[in-house]
Design a protein around this ligand. Structure first.
Ligand code: SF4
Length: 352
């Protein structure tokens, strides 16, 4: 492993100054970064340890029901926060469907957003990878690519973002709060991760030295609590990334959908908010036909990037299924297999 400097600042201001130097990475839970460093994929010359910074480890509620999740809140602590899970059940379900119990105890909210793709060629330093080494090519294009992107990809990179947590956050209009040397700013989570274009090595909108200090869920995100689900197809029922996933929320009033939220995971380099699907659902009576139309709209513009055309059909079915389950009502208790389509489902679901 390459040797590196290690600094542990006492304040956020000191941390962003330390991280503004080139070749620097923030260290929080370390569940992704340390693996990348051990594999020679990430080779920072300096680590800025932010784990002991004050003010980043709590879940704080505003009087209007909006919430501020500190960047260092652990995934497990957030998922098991009963007030949070009751108001944002799809977020809790997504968190509990990700990684393993041990990893959820260590991984942080901010780190979840910053985690790297799981493209196998990115992790293999003998492979060409524009994301790891700009201009080197993309071995995934002609390689094993059945798990790669079907939306927003380019010939420079067809990788997907692996997060579960980010998918309901995108659906619910979460905001990422960043701090850098020139102050704080807020960015909608749905725009935080960049699509690859010609520069797949530029993963997010963060400027050098900027760090995530919080993720905010607005007051109106709570309107979907009663009809909300996260559904995830994976190659085994735990400790696996999504092949495709969907987060949905319905705000029902007098037998109609007043407003809907839909986002997809596992299909693009960022969590994919599906506003066209939301427009199909708004004002409609919930039912199989409208759910299937919304699902087709959610995948509008999708195209295979390799051996992955199946993901388009699969994602359509997962969106329709998630909408059906959400319409039946958020379960009182999370299923034993959170987010699994194979978990027993509540009565009343249409089983699209
Ligand atoms: Fe690298 Fe992206 Fe190609 Fe994977 S898909 S090898 S991450 S450039």
């Amino acid at each position: 492993m390459k040797s590196f400097d290690y600094v542990r600042p006492a304040t956020i201001a000191e941390a962003v100054i330390a991280a503004a130097e080139p070749d620097t990475a923030f260290l929080a839970g370390g569940t992704n970064l340390l693996d990348l460093m051990k594999g020679g994929i990430a080779r920072p010359g300096r680590l800025v340890d932010i784990t002991r910074l004050p003010g980043l480890g709590s879940v704080d509620w505003e009087a209007d029901g909006s919430v501020r999740i500190g960047a260092l809140v652990r995934n497990a602590d957030l998922a098991h926060d009963q007030r949070f899970a009751a108001r944002f059940p799809a977020v809790a379900e997504a968190l509990l469907s990700g990684a393993s119990g041990q990893l959820r105890n260590a991984a942080t909210a901010g780190g979840n957003l910053m985690q790297e793709t799981r493209c196998r060629y990115f992790y293999d330093t003998a492979s060409a990878c524009n994301r790891r080494e700009p201009g080197s090519g993309c071995d995934a294009l002609e390689g094993i690519n059945d798990g790669h992107a079907v939306l927003g990809w380019s010939r420079a990179c067809i990788a997907t973002h692996p997060s579960d947590f980010c998918v309901p956050l995108a659906a619910l209009g979460a905001i990422v709060e960043l701090e850098g040397v020139s102050g704080r700013r807020q960015v909608p989570l749905a725009q935080f991760h960049r699509l690859p274009g010609e520069t797949p090595d530029v993963r997010t909108v963060c400027e050098p030295g900027e760090m995530i200090v919080a993720v905010l869920l607005p007051q109106d995100a709570g309107a979907f609590a009663g009809h909300s689900r996260y559904l995830k197809v994976r190659e085994r029922t735990s400790y696996a990334f999504a092949v495709v996933s969907a987060a949905v929320g319905l705000d029902l009033e007098s037998g109609r959908i007043r407003e809907a939220r839909v986002a997809l995971g596992g299909v693009a380099a960022r969590p994919w908010r599906c506003e066209a699907a939301e427009a199909v659902l708004a004002g409609a009576e919930p039912g199989r036909n409208v759910f299937e139309r919304a699902a087709r709209a959610a995948l509008d513009g999708a195209a295979p990037s390799g051996d992955n055309a199946y993901k388009i059909a699969l994602a359509e079915r997962i969106v329709a299924r998630a909408l059906s389950l959400a319409a039946a009502g958020t379960p009182d208790r999370l299923p034993a297999l959170p987010a699994s389509p194979f978990a027993p489902q509540p009565k009343g679901a249409l089983h699209v």
